[in-house]
Structures are given as structure tokens and as C-alpha cells.
Design a protein around this ligand. Sequence first.
Ligand code: FES
Length: 163
Amino acid sequence: MAEIKDNFKTFNVDLWKYDGQEGALIPLLQSAQDTYGYVSEKAIDYISHITGIPAADIYGVVTFYAQFRTKPLGKFVIKVCNGTACHVNGAKTVSDTINDELNIDYEETTDDGNFSLVSVACLGCCSLAPVMVVNDETYGRLTPAKVRKIVRTYKHKAKQENQ
Ligand code: FES
């Protein structure tokens, strides 16, 4: 357990008091996800250990809230903006095209672990709507053709890196 605890950089167990409400678990789960990118089984075991809440109950909370992931994110994380400007300018077409190319919906990761699709709020560049970000790279004024081209470029990159 000790080595897991050391990895929780923002995890302050001393300040946390369990008040019997499952909502009190949320900051702990968020901390785990911020640290690892997802809530791992190890993290659930550790939280169970320090709170005394059965791991199965914690797992139930994790799967109830859409904000938590139980699997690691892919090598390339595609964030599609669903803020108002992007929404009215075709965010759905963007995500549908990605879905068609990669066969994943929001909050899913491809089986090969290369891509994850995430929905995000306004990215702050509404004049470029619709917008998506792949890792740290921003792409705007997206059309289905543009999205396909970008996704295929990353598929190629992933293939090369995996060789
Ligand atoms: S709404 Fe998408 S960048 Fe602002």
C-alpha cells in the first residue's frame, strides 16, 4: 500500500474525513484520476484500505459517474469541444466522423490503446469552431474530410511508433 500512497501527489488523507456520504469519495477518486489518468484497481484498493469502504462499493461509485475512467487513456487523446459555438457548428459531425474512423464513442479507448475520445467544454478558441485537440495540438474549422485526414495521420504515427 505504501508505494501507492506515495504516488498520490495531491492526495491528503489526513484532511479527509469520511462522513458516510458517497459524495465524499469524489475528491479522492478525482485525485487518483488526476494522478494516473484513470481510476485503477490499485487506487480503488488503496481508497478502500484508508476509508474502510468495500472496494465493490467504491467501484460502484466510479462507474456511476461519467467523469471517471476505469481504463488508461490512449496514446493519442482526441478532445472534441462540445461548447456552444462548436455544438452549433458541427461538433456532432466531428465526433461521428471519429466514431466512423476509430469505432469509439466518447469516454472510450480503442482496443489497441492508441486513441481515446473525450468530450470537453469550450476550449477558448470559438472562432475556430468546430474544434478538437489531439494531445496538445489544436485543430479548427473542422469538416468531416479534415477530421478523417487528421485521424489517419495519427493512425499512421501510431503505427510507426509501435513498430
Ligand atoms: S465552444 Fe468550442 S472552442 Fe469555444
